[in-house]
Write a new protein. Sequence first.
Length: 245
Amino acid sequence: MSVAVPAPAYKILADDLRARITSGLLRPGDRLPTEPQLCQSCGVSRSTVREALRLLASQNLIVTTRGVAGGSFVAHPSPAQLSDTLATGLELMLASAVVTIGELLEVRRMLDVPVAGLAAQRRTDEHLRVLHENLLDPETAVVDALIAANQFFHLALADASGNRLFAVLTRPLYVLSNRALGEAVDRRVWHHLDDDHRQILAAIEARDVDVAEAAAACHIDRMRRVVEDLDPQRLNDEVSASGGA
């Protein structure tokens, strides 16, 4: 029978502080107890406290400043940082084949369809302007520009949905799937993807929720078919070349 190994003292302390932060007992901007106070109240050494604080800082939960007014403070939530953290985890999972691009696109479909529907309901003229700016001619644009425009088009859709959590959750999916597919498909596919974008945008401009959702679903289904048609080794090479995406 295996014997459970107790967690290190620094991790126990970090877990306790994390629970206080995520529960709202400690709010963004609040100062944490000082190192001597934590040592005394938790019965641990200063090195244990510092290791716990380093762990929380690496998770973007606290920030530490120096000086007379310095100390460790609860960090303010950053949607961009959360997206970056999710993207890093997904990159590792894709690079190690824990998940596939096909699975990633399956999740994208679950998110992109309601995003398009909400965008059709809530979009503003500014949202439409940004969406139009990210339509490029796939016949003349270089692949890098097409990849970037494709990504920013979908990020603009998420913004137009009016739901900030959609933008946080979908950003890593857009970045990774677009980068991985970028060089692995030919010009004909980019023409089809561009047509899809224009249909989605037309429906959003007309505030037609049903058509916008249907167009978004067709768009992701097309991307999944492209993935299925690609040689697996070629796609893996493209994933590695794009930095694990």
